[in-house]
Design a binder for this molecule. Structure first.
Ligand SMILES: Nc1ncnc2c1ncn2[C@@H]1O[C@H](COP(=O)(O)OP(=O)(O)OP(=O)(O)O)[C@@H](O)[C@H]1O
Length: 462
């Protein structure tokens, strides 16, 4: 499609979704021109439509493009002149820039000012908010004032007045908001309100799994240009108190290294690594009983089913809820068995719903967001150090999946009973500490909803 007065000067490659503008037709903002000699160096403009946020008409032959710069990750604009018809250009490009996206306009934003050691507010104000503003989206913003503030807001808010909720913080804030939805009387319907995360915490596993991006600007863009996607949750029942989890339930050396190192918070992400190394030189003392409804514990079967699902997802590029469910390779549910383990020598019990527990930890490499199953990794402590070190050397890529030292299960539900050994241990759900008492987890298939691109939550090769 061509838009320039001169042939080939301004054109849209429909297939690649890239706008090409000859440098003679691009006028850069004056502030940019005055700060360097960009006028002379000015290159042609090659803009993927994904980055285009808005088009304004300047005059019948000129329009202003507002976009997220793919290089600087900041909002930028430039004027395109010598258009044959600026009105047609604006209409056509705006429609194409948002084809297939959710079309939502009203966002409710919760920012944890303490998230990411105090970086979350800046991330919202300086990086993410300009993207929403440029796209002319309406954002109502609340800065949380105390722990569980977000939870009570979400539990009581009128969901009809908003299209989606955005948390700017870490997995802790996301967990709170998810449980705010769960606390509501209309919780089943409430879970259909998309809940999104812009990474502003120390642990930002949700946004990484949803987008495979770590930069808050790119995650914000994924939300602005996303579609509604569902993902599995698990219900977590402790003496009748129900919570909802999107990420993991965790006991053993990893849980203790995470929550048991609160006193080292000033170290940021490194505190967990230091906590882990310290515990590696102590005597292991974790014991538990686990009763599971196991769909498979055969790693060959698990791998093959995952690879078949991966192939199916790749062929079926349209993504979305229904496409992934119809004819997707599944486990033989006839083979479900009840397995009870009394583990006297535990070092890791890790149940997960998403592949990445952090951007550099693919702890559950064969996890699929909507396979309706919980993945469980169990590592025993005899021998103690060797399996753990080998696991952590390979966890970034998910290579530990083949380790002889761990057991891997796909389950529908499990009951977990920690055994008191007299040592202080932690039980951790989505990175948050929960009471050290028995609990039961059950999969809630596709209960969660978020906004992500068509390729969001994509399965990765093994
Ligand atoms: N204003 C606030 N004051 C204190 N705690 C808060 C506030 N807002 C949110 N919280 C709580 O702080 C915890 C951590 O939040 P979040 O995950 O956003 O940040 P984080 O930097 O990733 O934290 P962590 O270091 O625990 O991973 C959550 O449990 C959240 O509920």
């Amino acid at each position: 499609m061509e838009f320039g007065k001169r042939v080939n000067s301004i054109r849209l490659d429909e297939e690649e979704r890239i706008l090409y503008v000859d440098k003679a037709c691009v006028v850069l903002p004056t502030d940019l021109r005055s700060c360097c000699s960009l006028k002379e160096l000015k290159p042609d403009l090659l803009l993927p439509l994904k980055y285009l946020l808005r088009v304004d008409i300047a005059d019948p032959q000129a329009a202003i493009l507002h976009y997220l710069s793919p290089t600087s990750k900041k909002c930028a604009h430039c004027t395109v002149c010598s258009l044959s018809n600026a009105y047609e250009f604006e209409r056509y490009l705006t429609e194409r820039a948002y084809t297939g996206t959710h079309g939502f306009k009203r966002f409710f934003v919760l920012v944890n000012p303490f998230g990411g050691q105090g970086k979350a507010s800046k991330i919202w104000q300086q990086i993410a908010s300009p993207i929403f503003q440029t796209a002319h989206l309406e954002c109502r913003i609340v800065f949380t004032e105390y722990k569980n503030h977000a939870r009570s807001i979400i539990a009581n808010i009128d969901l009809n007045s908003l299209d989606a909720i955005i948390c700017v913080g870490g997995d802790g804030l996301f967990h709170e908001c998810l449980n705010g939805l769960g606390d509501r009387k209309d919780n089943n319907a409430a879970f259909e309100t998309p809940l999104c995360m812009i990474p502003g915490g120390t642990g930002n596993a949700f946004s990484y799994n949803a987008t495979q991006e770590t930069h808050p600007a790119l995650v914000a863009l994924e939300i602005v240009k996303g579609v509604k996607k569902s993902f599995d949750l698990m219900t977590f029942d402790q003496k009748g108190d129900i919570s909802y989890s999107f990420l993991s339930a965790n006991y053993g050396i990893i849980a203790d290294s995470d929550v048991g190192t609160d006193n080292l918070r000033f170290m940021g992400e490194n505190r967990t690594i230091l906590g882990f190394l310290i515990r590696l030189f102590q005597k292991p003392s974790w014991k538990c009983k686990v009763e599971m409804e196991v769909v498979s514990s055969d790693r060959n079967e698990i791998r093959n089913t995952y690879l078949q699902r991966l192939q199916h997802a790749t062929v079926n590029r349209n993504g979305g809820r229904t496409d992934r469910i119809v004819n997707v390779p599944m486990y033989n549910e006839q083979n479900v068995s009840r397995v009870t383990l009394d583990i006297q020598d535990l070092s890791v019990f890790y149940a997960g719903l998403l592949p990445y527990v952090a951007a550099d930890m693919r702890a559950f490499p064969v996890c699929d967001i909507d396979d309706g199953l919980i993945d469980i990794v169990i590592v025993r402590s005899s021998p103690f150090r060797k399996p753990l070190l080998s696991m952590f050397m390979n966890i970034e890529t998910g290579g530990h999946f083949d380790s002889q030292f761990l057991s891997y299960y796909k389950v529908r539900s499990f009951r977990f009973t920690p055994i008191d050994t007299g040592c202080h241990h932690y039980f951790v759900l989505d990175g948050e500490e929960y009471p050290f008492i028995p609990f039961e987890c059950r999969i809630a298939p596709g209960l969660g909803t978020t906004l992500a691109s068509q390729a969001g939550f994509k399965l990765l090769s093994l």
